[in-house]
Unconditional design. Structure first.
Length: 345
């Protein structure tokens, strides 16, 4: 339950608690939630600054940096990683601020691909016309060593600091790794897009299941599963959406899978499922309107009626929410039931 200052003020006006108690309770709740990621000005600045810093030395590295490829770039990458670790300790132990500390240790881990890329060039292991930024642009089996080293660095950092944001580079690199590994394993270095779409669906499903397992095990003391869910849903839904189906049944099955994702998102209180599912459902209805019912005057009316009906269904659900939720919970296995209950507290 999201408690707002206005709720405490109304409770004080109703005589449930005193104004002094309301103020003290608000201060306590604010302090307790300081290290919980939320849509707050300070947290927005933390993540915005962190993503800019990480992106600056990964996604947005300029061509000019490749003039320093080899040992000079390796020293720069290691230097930035050391700076990230130092700032992690500064925020964690001196300022007692876990969120910026987690961002800084992630910044340090994000230097790993640049450092390994430099070492590969220094020892002559990376032949060909490559640039450091190509790691984030092109699928190539030659990046595998950089990806494995980054996963190792993330694992060590997570073992040491237990910061949820470290799962962000882990999820990204796992995504990269599966894209680079599949052409190498199947000896298909050309663009076999059908294979890559299927691979994306399978990998996304595996990552979502991994995120669900992490979610159950962590009891949401810290949200370690968020980034795994995000990239799992992203890869699964993208691969599924890009797959070509010549049959109406296949397209209807796609619609049903998106409806299922919407239900899962509601049960687990994970917006990422709902967002992508909504795009998929709207896309399916768009297909129907443009292909099957392009000449129908009735289809938009029926669709509008369906939408309004769903709104009324939502109103009825809210009216009987507690009874329906209790009935649904009795159908779920124990660990899943506990997870759903925690998600809606």
């Amino acid at each position: 339950m999201d408690i707002k200052r206005d709720s405490l003020t109304k409770a004080a006006e109703a005589g449930v608690i005193t104004p002094v108690q309301a103020n003290a309770l608000w201060v306590f709740l604010t302090d307790a939630g300081a290290d919980t990621p939320a849509f707050r000005p300070a947290h927005i600045l933390y993540y915005l600054g962190g993503l800019i810093a990480i992106g600056a030395l990964s996604f947005f590295v300029t061509v000019a940096w490749d003039m320093w490829v080899g040992w000079p770039m390796f020293v720069l990458a290691v230097g930035f990683a050391v700076l990230g670790v130092a700032l992690t300790h500064f925020f964690l132990y001196r300022k007692r601020l876990q969120i910026p500390a987690g961002i800084m240790i992630t910044f340090a881990v994000a230097m790993t691909p640049l450092a390994v890329y430099s070492l590969q060039h220094a020892f002559g292991w990376l032949a060909g016309d490559y640039r450091s930024v190509d790691f984030h642009r092109y699928i190539d089996w030659r990046w595998i060593l950089m990806e494995l080293a980054t996963l190792a660095a993330a694992a060590i950092a997570f073992w040491r600091y237990r910061m949820p944001f470290l799962l962000f580079p882990t999820a990204v690199v796992l995504w990269y790794l599966q894209m680079d590994m599949v052409p190498f394993i199947f000896n298909d270095l050309d663009s076999n897009w059908e294979l890559r779409k299927l691979n994306s669906v399978v990998f996304g499903l595996v990552m979502m299941l991994l995120a669900f397992w992490v979610d159950v095990r962590s009891a949401r003391r810290k949200d370690y599963a968020f980034w795994l869910y995000l990239f799992g849903v992203l890869t699964f839904w993208s691969g599924l959406t890009l797959m070509h189906s010549g049959s109406e049944f296949g397209k209807f099955l796609y619609f049903c899978i998106n409806v299922g994702m919407l239900v899962v998102g509601g049960l687990l209180s994970r917006r990422v499922f709902a967002i992508f599912a909504a795009f998929g459902i709207l896309g399916y209805f768009g297909y129907l309107s443009q292909k099957l019912f392009a000449d129908s005057l009735l289809f938009p009316v029926v669709l509008a009626a369906l939408g309004i009906g769903i709104v009324f269904l939502g109103a009825q659900w809210q009216r009987h929410e507690h009874a329906l939720n209790a009935r649904i919970l009795t159908m779920l296995p124990g660990p899943v039931r506990d997870l759903v209950e925690r998600a809606h507290q």
